[in-house]
Write a protein that binds this ligand. Sequence first.
Ligand SMILES: NC(=O)c1ccc[n+]([C@@H]2O[C@H](COP(=O)([O-])OP(=O)(O)OC[C@H]3O[C@@H](n4cnc5c(N)ncnc54)[C@H](OP(=O)(O)O)[C@@H]3O)[C@@H](O)[C@H]2O)c1
Length: 240
Amino acid sequence: MTGHFKDKKIVVVGGSSGIGLAVAKMAYDWGADVTLTSREESRAVTVAASIGASVKGLSLDIDDGEAVATFFGAFTAIDHIYIAAGSTKLGNVTEGDLLENLQAFNTRLVGGLRVVRACAQKINANGSITFTGGVSTDRPIAGAWVSGLGTASAEQLARVLVMELPHIRFNAVAPGYTDTPMWDAIMGENKTNVLASIAETLPVKKIATPEEVASAVLFLMSNNSITGEVIHVDGGLRLM
Ligand SMILES: NC(=O)c1ccc[n+]([C@@H]2O[C@H](COP(=O)([O-])OP(=O)(O)OC[C@H]3O[C@@H](n4cnc5c(N)ncnc54)[C@H](OP(=O)(O)O)[C@@H]3O)[C@@H](O)[C@H]2O)c1
């Protein structure tokens, strides 16, 4: 599988942190020509340089349709795209401004579709686009309805787009609890304890690392016969 990546052009949308960063690092280690993005240009440049001198760091906010079109307009050909970009919005469904709450959903669904539209004719043969779903598709929890809708739509994109654009392989990775900076932002100093107690409830008794999720993403990129697939990296949470 590692041999697949030599000189392949890979774009990681949301590669400045967590799972996307792990994908960018692994692809680079396996010989790929990697471009990663952050909404903040200086962060993209710094993170890219921390991986390797040849890694490109560029700014991109997939909530901005014009920016997505311009960004991908600069590429002539791409082998694989991984879309990690996303966040969550916690809260009760009856509270807050509905459209504001749905912003995180729109980033995943509309943002993902913007990327697809912008690069649909630029993906090389056997190339792929991988979306990020999540365990909340199958195990929704109260207060995380935006996440559940967002992950389900990302996973469904991988299926419907195969029929629309069969020359591209579309897949999704569905992480369970994964130890990334996303949880630092949500749990703060409680993160270690909260994740440790969740780990105890899982069949595998551990929280996934970003690298474990990344290896599933690279597997999906590298296997030319896999399309319309969702790989779950959730420690067995869906079975509980
Ligand atoms: N960690 C988990 O347990 C878990 C579980 C299931 C699903 N997920 C999903 O997996 C994905 C990656 O999560 P993570 O844990 O690795 O989170 P993370 O560490 O917070 O990384 C999120 C990445 O997305 C980028 N991003 C956010 N909004 C963006 C936008 N509008 N346009 C472009 N880039 C954007 C961020 O870049 P900048 O902030 O630098 O712009 C960052 O690179 C997310 O979609 C998350 O919801 C995570």
